[in-house]
Design a protein around this ligand. Structure first.
Ligand SMILES: Cc1cc2nc3c(=O)[nH]c(=O)nc-3n(C[C@H](O)[C@H](O)[C@H](O)COP(=O)(O)OP(=O)(O)OC[C@H]3O[C@@H](n4cnc5c(N)ncnc54)[C@H](O)[C@@H]3O)c2cc1C
Length: 430
Protein backbone atom coordinates (compact mmCIF):
# COMPACT_ATOMS: atom_id res chain seq x y z
CA UNK A 1 0.00 0.00 0.00
CA UNK A 2 2.74 2.46 0.87
CA UNK A 3 3.74 4.44 -2.18
CA UNK A 4 0.78 2.75 -3.86
CA UNK A 5 0.08 3.95 -7.40
CA UNK A 6 -2.72 1.61 -8.40
CA UNK A 7 -6.01 3.52 -8.49
CA UNK A 8 -7.90 0.73 -6.78
CA UNK A 9 -8.82 2.70 -3.68
CA UNK A 10 -12.36 3.92 -4.12
CA UNK A 11 -12.58 6.08 -0.99
CA UNK A 12 -9.60 7.39 0.92
CA UNK A 13 -10.70 8.91 4.21
CA UNK A 14 -8.41 11.34 6.00
CA UNK A 15 -8.84 11.01 9.76
CA UNK A 16 -9.73 8.15 12.12
CA UNK A 17 -11.66 10.30 14.59
CA UNK A 18 -15.27 9.45 15.30
CA UNK A 19 -16.43 11.22 12.14
CA UNK A 20 -13.94 9.53 9.79
CA UNK A 21 -14.61 6.12 11.32
CA UNK A 22 -18.39 6.44 11.24
CA UNK A 23 -18.28 7.68 7.64
CA UNK A 24 -15.88 4.93 6.55
CA UNK A 25 -17.96 2.25 8.23
CA UNK A 26 -21.18 3.44 6.61
CA UNK A 27 -19.58 3.76 3.16
CA UNK A 28 -18.33 0.18 3.49
CA UNK A 29 -21.73 -1.07 4.72
CA UNK A 30 -23.63 0.69 1.93
CA UNK A 31 -21.11 -0.29 -0.73
CA UNK A 32 -19.39 -3.52 0.36
CA UNK A 33 -17.58 -3.87 -2.96
CA UNK A 34 -15.75 -0.55 -2.59
CA UNK A 35 -12.20 -0.42 -1.33
CA UNK A 36 -12.21 2.02 1.59
CA UNK A 37 -8.98 3.08 3.29
CA UNK A 38 -8.56 5.44 6.26
CA UNK A 39 -5.31 7.35 6.67
CA UNK A 40 -4.58 8.62 10.18
CA UNK A 41 -1.50 10.41 11.47
CA UNK A 42 -1.86 9.08 15.04
CA UNK A 43 -0.98 5.50 16.01
CA UNK A 44 -4.60 4.59 16.84
CA UNK A 45 -8.26 5.59 16.43
CA UNK A 46 -9.89 8.62 18.03
CA UNK A 47 -6.71 10.18 19.40
CA UNK A 48 -7.57 13.68 18.17
CA UNK A 49 -10.43 15.74 19.58
CA UNK A 50 -12.62 12.69 20.02
CA UNK A 51 -10.42 11.63 22.95
CA UNK A 52 -10.46 15.15 24.46
CA UNK A 53 -14.22 15.41 24.52
CA UNK A 54 -16.54 15.57 27.51
CA UNK A 55 -18.53 13.00 25.48
CA UNK A 56 -21.91 14.20 26.64
CA UNK A 57 -25.10 13.72 24.67
CA UNK A 58 -28.67 14.91 24.93
CA UNK A 59 -31.81 14.04 23.05
CA UNK A 60 -33.41 17.39 23.72
CA UNK A 61 -33.24 20.19 21.20
CA UNK A 62 -35.71 22.72 19.84
CA UNK A 63 -34.43 22.31 16.30
CA UNK A 64 -35.68 19.41 14.23
CA UNK A 65 -32.25 19.10 12.62
CA UNK A 66 -30.45 18.68 15.94
CA UNK A 67 -33.11 16.36 17.27
CA UNK A 68 -32.89 14.09 14.22
CA UNK A 69 -29.08 13.92 14.30
CA UNK A 70 -28.80 13.31 18.05
CA UNK A 71 -31.80 11.02 18.47
CA UNK A 72 -30.90 8.67 15.63
CA UNK A 73 -27.24 8.54 16.72
CA UNK A 74 -28.00 7.92 20.39
CA UNK A 75 -30.56 5.25 19.48
CA UNK A 76 -27.93 3.57 17.32
CA UNK A 77 -25.43 3.66 20.21
CA UNK A 78 -28.08 2.07 22.45
CA UNK A 79 -28.59 -0.60 19.81
CA UNK A 80 -24.83 -1.26 19.71
CA UNK A 81 -24.83 -1.79 23.47
CA UNK A 82 -28.04 -3.75 23.84
CA UNK A 83 -28.19 -5.83 20.67
CA UNK A 84 -24.59 -6.09 19.49
CA UNK A 85 -23.24 -6.33 23.05
CA UNK A 86 -20.45 -3.75 22.65
CA UNK A 87 -20.12 -1.79 25.89
CA UNK A 88 -20.05 1.91 25.02
CA UNK A 89 -20.22 3.00 28.65
CA UNK A 90 -23.51 4.82 28.14
CA UNK A 91 -24.67 6.42 31.38
CA UNK A 92 -27.86 8.40 31.59
CA UNK A 93 -26.77 11.10 34.04
CA UNK A 94 -29.17 13.75 32.76
CA UNK A 95 -28.48 17.41 32.07
CA UNK A 96 -29.35 20.13 34.57
CA UNK A 97 -29.45 23.69 33.24
CA UNK A 98 -29.64 26.35 35.94
CA UNK A 99 -31.40 29.45 34.71
CA UNK A 100 -32.54 32.83 35.98
CA UNK A 101 -36.15 34.00 35.79
CA UNK A 102 -35.70 35.90 32.52
CA UNK A 103 -34.02 32.96 30.82
CA UNK A 104 -36.70 30.59 32.07
CA UNK A 105 -39.40 32.79 30.60
CA UNK A 106 -37.52 33.23 27.30
CA UNK A 107 -36.86 29.52 27.03
CA UNK A 108 -40.47 28.41 27.46
CA UNK A 109 -41.29 28.34 23.70
CA UNK A 110 -38.09 26.43 22.91
CA UNK A 111 -38.75 23.95 25.73
CA UNK A 112 -42.27 23.38 24.40
CA UNK A 113 -40.81 22.90 20.92
CA UNK A 114 -38.32 20.32 22.19
CA UNK A 115 -41.16 18.50 23.95
CA UNK A 116 -43.19 18.53 20.77
CA UNK A 117 -40.23 16.89 19.01
CA UNK A 118 -40.24 14.06 21.56
CA UNK A 119 -37.93 15.37 24.29
CA UNK A 120 -38.89 15.58 27.93
CA UNK A 121 -37.86 17.79 30.84
CA UNK A 122 -38.87 18.71 34.33
CA UNK A 123 -38.46 21.89 36.32
CA UNK A 124 -36.49 21.69 39.56
CA UNK A 125 -37.52 24.37 42.04
CA UNK A 126 -35.21 26.66 43.98
CA UNK A 127 -35.75 24.92 47.32
CA UNK A 128 -34.72 21.54 45.91
CA UNK A 129 -31.63 23.13 44.35
CA UNK A 130 -30.77 24.76 47.69
CA UNK A 131 -31.10 21.38 49.44
CA UNK A 132 -28.71 19.91 46.90
CA UNK A 133 -26.06 22.46 47.84
CA UNK A 134 -26.55 25.16 45.18
CA UNK A 135 -26.37 28.78 46.18
CA UNK A 136 -29.32 30.11 44.24
CA UNK A 137 -29.35 33.65 45.68
CA UNK A 138 -26.15 35.32 44.62
CA UNK A 139 -27.35 38.86 43.96
CA UNK A 140 -26.89 39.91 47.60
CA UNK A 141 -23.18 39.11 47.24
CA UNK A 142 -21.49 42.36 46.06
CA UNK A 143 -18.83 40.42 44.13
CA UNK A 144 -21.42 38.34 42.29
CA UNK A 145 -23.46 41.41 41.48
CA UNK A 146 -20.31 43.15 40.20
CA UNK A 147 -19.77 40.11 37.98
CA UNK A 148 -23.36 40.39 36.78
CA UNK A 149 -24.30 36.91 37.98
CA UNK A 150 -28.04 36.33 38.26
CA UNK A 151 -30.02 34.49 40.93
CA UNK A 152 -31.13 31.05 39.88
CA UNK A 153 -34.86 30.71 39.42
CA UNK A 154 -35.01 27.03 38.51
CA UNK A 155 -33.25 24.02 37.12
CA UNK A 156 -34.32 22.44 33.85
CA UNK A 157 -33.64 18.73 34.10
CA UNK A 158 -33.37 16.63 30.96
CA UNK A 159 -33.39 12.90 31.73
CA UNK A 160 -32.66 11.58 28.22
CA UNK A 161 -29.08 12.76 28.27
CA UNK A 162 -25.79 11.46 29.51
CA UNK A 163 -22.32 10.38 28.64
CA UNK A 164 -20.51 7.54 26.91
CA UNK A 165 -16.94 6.34 26.51
CA UNK A 166 -15.56 7.86 23.28
CA UNK A 167 -12.71 5.36 23.16
CA UNK A 168 -15.17 2.41 23.16
CA UNK A 169 -17.19 4.17 20.50
CA UNK A 170 -14.27 4.62 18.11
CA UNK A 171 -13.09 1.07 18.80
CA UNK A 172 -16.55 -0.18 17.91
CA UNK A 173 -16.58 1.62 14.53
CA UNK A 174 -12.98 0.61 13.86
CA UNK A 175 -13.81 -3.04 14.57
CA UNK A 176 -17.03 -2.97 12.52
CA UNK A 177 -15.27 -1.24 9.61
CA UNK A 178 -12.37 -3.71 9.58
CA UNK A 179 -14.79 -6.66 9.87
CA UNK A 180 -16.29 -5.54 6.55
CA UNK A 181 -12.84 -5.44 4.95
CA UNK A 182 -12.03 -1.77 5.55
CA UNK A 183 -8.36 -0.83 5.87
CA UNK A 184 -6.65 1.69 8.13
CA UNK A 185 -3.16 3.13 7.83
CA UNK A 186 -2.08 4.57 11.17
CA UNK A 187 1.05 6.70 11.68
CA UNK A 188 0.47 8.11 8.22
CA UNK A 189 0.10 11.85 7.88
CA UNK A 190 -1.42 13.41 4.80
CA UNK A 191 0.84 16.27 3.75
CA UNK A 192 -1.33 17.45 0.89
CA UNK A 193 -4.15 16.51 -1.40
CA UNK A 194 -2.85 16.12 -4.93
CA UNK A 195 -4.93 17.51 -7.79
CA UNK A 196 -4.68 16.62 -11.43
CA UNK A 197 -6.63 16.78 -14.69
CA UNK A 198 -9.67 14.55 -15.00
CA UNK A 199 -8.57 13.71 -18.54
CA UNK A 200 -4.77 14.03 -18.64
CA UNK A 201 -3.24 15.12 -21.93
CA UNK A 202 0.34 14.43 -20.90
CA UNK A 203 1.35 18.11 -21.17
CA UNK A 204 3.92 19.28 -18.60
CA UNK A 205 2.39 21.60 -15.98
CA UNK A 206 -1.05 20.00 -15.91
CA UNK A 207 -3.61 20.64 -14.53
CA UNK A 208 -4.36 23.98 -16.19
CA UNK A 209 -7.31 26.15 -15.15
CA UNK A 210 -9.19 25.30 -18.33
CA UNK A 211 -9.09 21.61 -17.53
CA UNK A 212 -11.54 19.69 -15.35
CA UNK A 213 -9.60 19.25 -12.14
CA UNK A 214 -10.06 16.53 -9.55
CA UNK A 215 -8.21 14.96 -6.64
CA UNK A 216 -5.86 12.19 -7.69
CA UNK A 217 -4.53 11.10 -4.35
CA UNK A 218 -2.63 12.22 -1.29
CA UNK A 219 1.01 12.81 -0.52
CA UNK A 220 1.67 11.23 2.86
CA UNK A 221 4.53 10.80 5.31
CA UNK A 222 4.85 7.27 3.83
CA UNK A 223 4.57 8.14 0.16
CA UNK A 224 1.93 8.84 -2.45
CA UNK A 225 -1.46 7.10 -2.33
CA UNK A 226 -3.78 7.28 -5.30
CA UNK A 227 -7.55 7.17 -4.83
CA UNK A 228 -10.74 7.75 -6.80
CA UNK A 229 -12.41 9.86 -4.10
CA UNK A 230 -11.13 11.58 -1.00
CA UNK A 231 -13.13 12.19 2.16
CA UNK A 232 -11.67 14.85 4.44
CA UNK A 233 -12.71 14.05 8.04
CA UNK A 234 -9.75 15.73 9.67
CA UNK A 235 -11.65 17.68 12.35
CA UNK A 236 -9.71 20.76 13.43
CA UNK A 237 -7.18 20.21 10.61
CA UNK A 238 -9.76 20.38 7.83
CA UNK A 239 -8.93 23.94 6.79
CA UNK A 240 -5.20 23.19 6.79
CA UNK A 241 -5.76 20.46 4.19
CA UNK A 242 -8.32 22.27 2.06
CA UNK A 243 -7.16 25.87 1.85
CA UNK A 244 -4.03 25.04 -0.17
CA UNK A 245 -6.18 23.44 -2.87
CA UNK A 246 -8.65 26.32 -3.03
CA UNK A 247 -11.51 25.00 -0.91
CA UNK A 248 -12.94 27.11 1.91
CA UNK A 249 -14.67 24.70 4.31
CA UNK A 250 -16.07 27.65 6.38
CA UNK A 251 -15.13 25.80 9.56
CA UNK A 252 -12.37 26.83 11.93
CA UNK A 253 -10.81 25.38 15.05
CA UNK A 254 -11.19 27.04 18.43
CA UNK A 255 -9.48 25.87 21.59
CA UNK A 256 -11.58 24.32 24.35
CA UNK A 257 -10.43 23.12 27.76
CA UNK A 258 -11.39 20.71 30.52
CA UNK A 259 -10.19 20.85 34.13
CA UNK A 260 -10.36 17.88 36.51
CA UNK A 261 -11.28 18.58 40.13
CA UNK A 262 -11.09 15.73 42.65
CA UNK A 263 -14.02 15.37 45.02
CA UNK A 264 -11.68 15.30 48.01
CA UNK A 265 -13.68 17.25 50.60
CA UNK A 266 -16.99 16.39 52.25
CA UNK A 267 -18.72 19.25 50.46
CA UNK A 268 -17.56 18.08 47.03
CA UNK A 269 -18.25 14.40 47.80
CA UNK A 270 -21.79 15.24 48.91
CA UNK A 271 -22.29 17.28 45.76
CA UNK A 272 -20.98 14.45 43.57
CA UNK A 273 -23.36 12.05 45.33
CA UNK A 274 -26.45 14.18 44.75
CA UNK A 275 -29.47 11.89 44.78
CA UNK A 276 -32.75 11.97 42.95
CA UNK A 277 -31.68 12.58 39.38
CA UNK A 278 -30.31 9.37 37.93
CA UNK A 279 -29.69 5.68 38.61
CA UNK A 280 -26.12 6.41 39.72
CA UNK A 281 -27.20 8.87 42.42
CA UNK A 282 -24.75 11.47 41.19
CA UNK A 283 -25.02 15.08 40.16
CA UNK A 284 -26.25 15.38 36.57
CA UNK A 285 -24.13 17.18 33.97
CA UNK A 286 -24.79 20.70 35.25
CA UNK A 287 -24.61 23.98 33.36
CA UNK A 288 -24.44 27.15 35.45
CA UNK A 289 -25.30 30.67 34.26
CA UNK A 290 -22.50 32.01 32.00
CA UNK A 291 -22.00 28.51 30.60
CA UNK A 292 -19.70 26.96 33.19
CA UNK A 293 -20.35 23.22 33.07
CA UNK A 294 -19.64 20.44 35.54
CA UNK A 295 -19.54 16.79 34.57
CA UNK A 296 -19.43 14.15 37.31
CA UNK A 297 -16.88 11.39 36.70
CA UNK A 298 -18.20 8.54 38.79
CA UNK A 299 -15.25 6.14 38.62
CA UNK A 300 -12.64 8.86 39.19
CA UNK A 301 -14.67 10.53 41.95
CA UNK A 302 -14.05 13.85 40.33
CA UNK A 303 -15.66 16.60 38.32
CA UNK A 304 -14.70 17.74 34.85
CA UNK A 305 -15.24 21.46 34.59
CA UNK A 306 -15.25 23.58 31.46
CA UNK A 307 -16.46 26.73 29.76
CA UNK A 308 -16.69 27.54 26.06
CA UNK A 309 -15.33 31.05 25.65
CA UNK A 310 -16.12 32.84 22.42
CA UNK A 311 -15.35 36.53 21.85
CA UNK A 312 -11.67 36.97 22.65
CA UNK A 313 -10.73 33.33 22.07
CA UNK A 314 -8.97 33.28 18.70
CA UNK A 315 -9.77 30.87 15.93
CA UNK A 316 -6.84 28.83 14.74
CA UNK A 317 -4.48 26.05 15.67
CA UNK A 318 -2.95 27.63 18.77
CA UNK A 319 -0.83 25.71 21.28
CA UNK A 320 -2.82 22.77 22.63
CA UNK A 321 -2.02 23.38 26.26
CA UNK A 322 -4.66 23.97 28.91
CA UNK A 323 -4.33 27.29 30.75
CA UNK A 324 -4.60 27.00 34.53
CA UNK A 325 -5.20 30.77 34.58
CA UNK A 326 -8.37 30.24 32.52
CA UNK A 327 -9.74 28.01 35.28
CA UNK A 328 -8.55 30.35 38.02
CA UNK A 329 -9.84 33.64 36.61
CA UNK A 330 -12.67 32.74 34.23
CA UNK A 331 -14.26 29.59 35.66
CA UNK A 332 -13.52 29.47 39.39
CA UNK A 333 -15.13 32.85 40.25
CA UNK A 334 -18.46 31.78 38.71
CA UNK A 335 -18.27 28.22 40.01
CA UNK A 336 -17.73 29.26 43.62
CA UNK A 337 -20.57 31.76 43.67
CA UNK A 338 -23.11 29.05 42.84
CA UNK A 339 -21.23 26.16 44.43
CA UNK A 340 -19.08 27.38 47.33
CA UNK A 341 -17.93 23.76 47.78
CA UNK A 342 -15.40 24.54 45.01
CA UNK A 343 -13.81 27.52 46.81
CA UNK A 344 -10.55 25.70 47.57
CA UNK A 345 -10.75 23.38 44.54
CA UNK A 346 -8.10 23.65 41.82
CA UNK A 347 -7.38 21.25 38.99
CA UNK A 348 -5.35 18.07 39.35
CA UNK A 349 -5.27 17.57 35.61
CA UNK A 350 -6.36 19.51 32.55
CA UNK A 351 -6.23 19.30 28.79
CA UNK A 352 -7.14 21.26 25.71
CA UNK A 353 -8.66 20.31 22.38
CA UNK A 354 -10.49 22.06 19.58
CA UNK A 355 -14.06 22.57 18.60
CA UNK A 356 -14.21 22.46 14.83
CA UNK A 357 -16.70 25.32 14.54
CA UNK A 358 -19.15 26.25 11.83
CA UNK A 359 -19.81 29.85 12.92
CA UNK A 360 -22.91 30.23 10.77
CA UNK A 361 -25.32 27.71 12.28
CA UNK A 362 -23.21 25.42 14.48
CA UNK A 363 -24.14 22.40 12.37
CA UNK A 364 -21.84 20.08 10.44
CA UNK A 365 -20.81 20.81 6.89
CA UNK A 366 -21.06 17.82 4.56
CA UNK A 367 -20.44 18.66 0.93
CA UNK A 368 -18.70 17.50 -2.23
CA UNK A 369 -16.53 19.39 -4.64
CA UNK A 370 -15.85 17.05 -7.51
CA UNK A 371 -14.46 13.86 -6.02
CA UNK A 372 -13.53 15.49 -2.69
CA UNK A 373 -15.97 15.21 0.19
CA UNK A 374 -15.70 17.34 3.33
CA UNK A 375 -17.24 16.19 6.62
CA UNK A 376 -16.46 18.69 9.33
CA UNK A 377 -17.79 21.50 11.51
CA UNK A 378 -19.16 19.31 14.27
CA UNK A 379 -18.98 22.40 16.49
CA UNK A 380 -18.70 20.68 19.86
CA UNK A 381 -21.40 18.05 19.35
CA UNK A 382 -19.76 15.55 17.00
CA UNK A 383 -19.89 12.58 19.33
CA UNK A 384 -23.60 12.79 19.98
CA UNK A 385 -24.36 13.15 16.26
CA UNK A 386 -21.64 10.88 14.88
CA UNK A 387 -23.70 8.02 13.54
CA UNK A 388 -26.12 10.25 11.62
CA UNK A 389 -23.26 12.37 10.25
CA UNK A 390 -21.47 9.22 9.04
CA UNK A 391 -24.60 7.93 7.29
CA UNK A 392 -25.30 11.27 5.59
CA UNK A 393 -21.66 11.64 4.48
CA UNK A 394 -21.55 8.13 3.10
CA UNK A 395 -24.81 8.52 1.16
CA UNK A 396 -23.54 11.78 -0.34
CA UNK A 397 -20.18 10.21 -1.26
CA UNK A 398 -21.98 7.31 -2.93
CA UNK A 399 -24.23 9.66 -4.90
CA UNK A 400 -27.55 8.92 -3.15
CA UNK A 401 -30.03 11.81 -2.88
CA UNK A 402 -31.53 10.48 0.33
CA UNK A 403 -30.36 8.57 3.33
CA UNK A 404 -32.12 6.54 5.96
CA UNK A 405 -30.88 7.23 9.47
CA UNK A 406 -31.03 4.70 12.27
CA UNK A 407 -34.66 4.48 13.38
CA UNK A 408 -36.02 4.90 9.86
CA UNK A 409 -36.11 8.68 9.28
CA UNK A 410 -35.18 9.58 5.71
CA UNK A 411 -33.50 12.90 4.93
CA UNK A 412 -31.75 14.56 1.99
CA UNK A 413 -28.07 13.73 1.83
CA UNK A 414 -27.22 17.29 0.69
CA UNK A 415 -28.93 19.04 3.61
CA UNK A 416 -25.63 20.13 5.19
CA UNK A 417 -24.16 21.57 2.00
CA UNK A 418 -22.40 24.90 1.69
CA UNK A 419 -24.55 26.57 -0.91
CA UNK A 420 -27.95 25.33 0.26
CA UNK A 421 -28.59 24.16 3.76
CA UNK A 422 -31.87 22.68 4.97
CA UNK A 423 -31.48 23.50 8.62
CA UNK A 424 -33.72 25.06 11.24
CA UNK A 425 -32.00 27.16 13.92
CA UNK A 426 -31.50 25.88 17.46
CA UNK A 427 -33.09 27.98 20.21
CA UNK A 428 -31.93 25.90 23.16
CA UNK A 429 -28.35 27.12 23.19
CA UNK A 430 -27.61 27.05 26.88
C1 LIG B 1 -13.08 19.93 25.30
C2 LIG B 1 -14.06 19.32 24.35
C3 LIG B 1 -15.30 18.90 24.83
C4 LIG B 1 -16.22 18.31 23.95
N1 LIG B 1 -17.40 17.85 24.45
C5 LIG B 1 -18.29 17.23 23.63
C6 LIG B 1 -19.48 16.66 24.15
O1 LIG B 1 -19.74 16.72 25.35
N2 LIG B 1 -20.31 16.02 23.29
C7 LIG B 1 -20.06 15.93 21.94
O2 LIG B 1 -20.86 15.35 21.22
N3 LIG B 1 -18.92 16.45 21.43
C8 LIG B 1 -18.04 17.10 22.24
N4 LIG B 1 -16.88 17.63 21.73
C9 LIG B 1 -16.71 17.63 20.28
C10 LIG B 1 -16.25 16.31 19.76
O3 LIG B 1 -15.12 15.88 20.47
C11 LIG B 1 -15.96 16.49 18.27
O4 LIG B 1 -17.11 17.02 17.63
C12 LIG B 1 -15.59 15.19 17.58
O5 LIG B 1 -14.65 14.47 18.33
C13 LIG B 1 -15.05 15.49 16.20
O6 LIG B 1 -14.61 14.30 15.62
P1 LIG B 1 -13.71 14.33 14.33
O7 LIG B 1 -13.55 12.93 13.91
O8 LIG B 1 -14.26 15.32 13.37
O9 LIG B 1 -12.35 14.98 14.84
P2 LIG B 1 -11.08 14.27 15.50
O10 LIG B 1 -11.47 13.35 16.59
O11 LIG B 1 -10.12 15.34 15.85
O12 LIG B 1 -10.53 13.38 14.32
C14 LIG B 1 -9.84 13.94 13.23
C15 LIG B 1 -8.68 13.01 12.95
O13 LIG B 1 -8.03 13.42 11.79
C16 LIG B 1 -6.65 13.20 11.97
N5 LIG B 1 -5.94 14.06 11.03
C17 LIG B 1 -5.99 15.40 10.95
N6 LIG B 1 -5.19 15.85 9.98
C18 LIG B 1 -4.61 14.76 9.44
C19 LIG B 1 -3.67 14.57 8.40
N7 LIG B 1 -3.16 15.62 7.72
N8 LIG B 1 -3.28 13.31 8.08
C20 LIG B 1 -3.77 12.23 8.76
N9 LIG B 1 -4.66 12.36 9.77
C21 LIG B 1 -5.08 13.61 10.10
C22 LIG B 1 -6.41 13.58 13.41
O14 LIG B 1 -5.22 13.02 13.90
C23 LIG B 1 -7.65 13.04 14.07
O15 LIG B 1 -7.48 11.73 14.58
C24 LIG B 1 -15.92 18.18 22.58
C25 LIG B 1 -14.67 18.60 22.10
C26 LIG B 1 -13.74 19.16 22.97
C27 LIG B 1 -12.42 19.59 22.45
Amino acid sequence: MRGCKSPDIDFLIIGAGIIGLSTAYHIKSMSPGSRVVIVEKNPGPGMGDTSRSAAMFRVFFSSKTNMILAKSSVEYFEHVEKNIGWDLGIKYLGYLFLVDSKELENMKPALDEAERLGGSYRIIDRDSLKNQGFNVDVSTDPEASLMGLPDIEAGIYIPRAGTLDPDSLVRYYEHAFKALGGEILYNTEVKRIVLGPKNPLGIPGEPFAWQDIEAKGVETSSGYIEARSIVVAAGAYTRELLEPIGIDPIVNPKKRQIFVIRANTKGLTDLLNTKGYNAYNVLPFTILPRGVYIKPEIGEKSFWVGLSDNLGRPYGLEELKAEESFYRYSIHPVLTKYLPQFSQAYPDAMWAGYYDINPIDGQPVIFMIGNIEVVAGTSGSGIMKADAIGRIASALALGYDEVELYGGIRIRSDMFGLVRRYIDPEKLIL
